[in-house]
Design a protein around this ligand. Structure first.
Ligand code: ATP
Ligand code: MG
Length: 553
């Protein structure tokens, strides 16, 4: 492995492409594809592949296709296709061609006939167990099936009748005739076709014979004129088969398969099978649950597509498996939202503050900037009145050392408004605090008080003007950094991955916010207005990420 391949940059694939272009390979064209199986929603790992495939195409003025790799009808659906199209578009990419492997079923069948005619494929009646048994192991060569030398004419006849539906599921398979002694087990006469009576979401019941992934993929690539077929490392051992198929059929394109390392993200799962299990067993609400590492989940949590593309850029492309820290992803969205999200005030757990020396009916409309560093993002009006709400934990009766917020007899600044002093704590019989009686210093709007320092600044909303809201505090779905390495990844589920706060109050300007819009709630985190669960009079905000990394050791 060269040094380059270890560097977190896409250099090693770019280098190959550069060399190819120098030699005027593929007539100087670069055509890639992103080939998801429509058996689930796309996750952050797919984003890496999407950014690579579409990114390389863009960079070299080429094109990239979106191709559904739909050869396992039992698990695939139109719903998943639509979700995938939505997510690729959302990430900001445009495919040159939208295709499905099932578009090529007829051509794939014809190429299989060609292989049979060349004596390079045969119909085998062995059971799956027998095939597995005969295949051998890493240390032992395989053994030939008794059907391996079936005459060509008989293979042709049986294969045609397989298509017609004359045989039961599993009664026969079509296998490539390659080398039962190959050190690469993928080359020991791999199965090309199996009989399966399953309704296909695109071809319906037209077929009961479905091609296998390895056979389908290379032919589909070649039919689309793909120049560079980028895939993850687990396909490295399949490359000889990829090449074997294309070398042995009459097709005038031979894409180059290049492997790169999958994304593995700490505290997360990037396997559609396991994500599917989380959904079907209801550990999450759905594929777009904001805790899910799916693109739909990340979007719903408030991630921007720019942050995800930035993440893919930062992690780079290598040939070596490694775990990426969750903080890398979280920092991408933090940086984006820190720069772009307007500020607003929300009180998560309200505590009533009555400002006794403030005139009863007065309301002041304070003009607060939307972003401390970016005046161009404008300002909004926030009402200030006699009764305001602050966070319960911004007041302490028994303050810990260095507590800079409100204490009895102490002062604090209300962000963008006045300095208040707590004169009296009103408590219920059980000791719980009902409200604080305070007074304000009218001389402190936008300026420091005379002769004394007030260090703390806390956020607040007007009781009368603020809007009730639900805030959903999402945290990492798993509390173990590598859930995938456990016997049961479900054991690593974080029991505190969601806390719902139903009695929050947000400033009135948020009443008209557009669903999907994102904010930094002062001092509490980044939030996104949920598009699905928000009601006209009850906004629901999802926490995208905390202001700082609280998982840091
Ligand atoms: P999963 O195990 O989640 O189902 P997959 O590889 O089976 O993943 P596909 O829909 O077949 O999912 O993947 C489409 C493309 O995305 C493939 O080229 C695959 O290599 C790539 N891909 C999938 N997961 C990752 C990942 N974690 N990192 C990078 N690329 C990935
Ligand atoms: Mg797959």
């Amino acid at each position: 492995m060269s040094l380059n391949e270890n560097q977190p940059s896409s250099n090693f694939i770019r280098q190959i492409v550069n060399n190819d272009l120098k030699q005027h390979k593929n007539n100087g064209r670069v055509i890639t594809r992103f080939p998801p199986e429509p058996n689930g929603f796309l996750h952050i790992g797919h984003a890496k592949s999407i950014c690579l495939n579409f990114g390389i195409a863009e960079e070299y003025n080429g094109s990239c296709n979106l191709r559904f790799d739909d050869t396992n009808p039992e698990k695939e659906s139109i719903e998943f296709m639509e979700a995938i199209e939505r997510d690729v578009s959302w990430l900001g990419f445009e495919w040159a061609k939208l295709a499905s492997a099932s578009d090529y079923f007829e051509q794939l069948y014809d190429y299989a006939i060609e292989l049979i005619n060349k004596g390079l494929a045969y119909v085998d009646s062995s059971s799956p167990e027998q095939i597995r048994h005969y295949r051998g192991t890493l240390t032992e060569p395989g053994r030939a099936s008794p059907d391996r030398n079936r005459p060509i004419a008989e293979n042709l006849d049986l294969f045609r009748r397989m298509r017609k539906g004359e045989f039961a599921d599993g009664q026969y398979v079509l296998r490539a005739k390659i080398d039962m002694a190959s050190p690469n087990i993928n080359m020991r006469d791999p199965t090309l076709y199996r009989i399966r009576r399953v309704h296909h979401h695109r071809t319906g019941d037209a077929w009961c014979l479905y091609p296998m992934y390895d056979y389908t993929h290379c032919v589909s690539d070649a039919l689309e004129g793909i120049t560079h077929s980028l895939c993850t490392l687990e396909f490295e051992d399949h490359r000889p088969l990829y090449d074997w198929v294309l070398d042995n059929i009459d097709i005038d394109c031979h894409p180059q398969q290049i492997e790169f390392a999958r994304l593995q993200l700490e505290y997360s799962i990037v396997s559609k099978r396991k994500l599917n299990q989380l959904v079907t067993e209801k550990h999450v609400t759905d594929w777009d649950d904001p805790r899910m590492p799916t693109l739909a989940g990340l979007r719903r949590a408030g991630y921007t597509s720019a942050a995800i593309r930035d993440f893919c850029e930062r992690i780079g492309i290598t040939k070596k498996d490694s775990w990426i820290e969750m903080a890398v992803l979280e920092n991408c969205i933090r940086e984006d939202l820190n720069h772009n999200a307007p500020r607003a005030m929300a009180v998560l757990r309200p505590l009533r503050v009555v400002i006794e020396n403030y005139p009863n009916e007065r309301v002041e409309y304070l003009e607060l900037g939307n972003h401390p560093q970016r005046p161009e993002l404008g300002s909004r009006k926030v009402e200030f009145a006699k009764v305001v709400l602050i966070e319960q934990d911004d007041f302490a009766q028994l303050p810990p050392p260095k507590f800079k917020r409100l204490i009895e007899g102490g002062e604090v600044r209300l962000r963008g408004a006045y300095v208040i002093r707590c004169d009296k704590v009103i408590q219920a019989e059980d000791g719980s605090i009902i409200e604080l009686r305070c007074s304000y210093d009218p001389d402190t709007l936008g300026k420091n008080p005379e002769g004394r320092k007030v260090k703390g600044v806390i956020h607040w909303v007007s009781e009368q003007h603020s809007v009730p809201a639900v805030l959903r505090l999402y945290d990492r779905l798993f509390s173990h950094p590598n859930p995938d390495t456990l016997d049961n990844f479900l054991d690593a589920l974080n029991p505190h991955s969601l806390e719902v706060l139903s009695d929050c109050r947000v400033e009135s300007s948020l009443a008209t916010a557009k669903p999907g819009s994102r904010f930094q709630f002062e001092r509490t985190g980044y939030f996104c207005l949920d598009e699905e669960d928000t009601q006209p009079d009850k906004p629901v905000f999802n926490r995208t990420v905390t202001l700082r990394d609280s998982w840091e050791k």
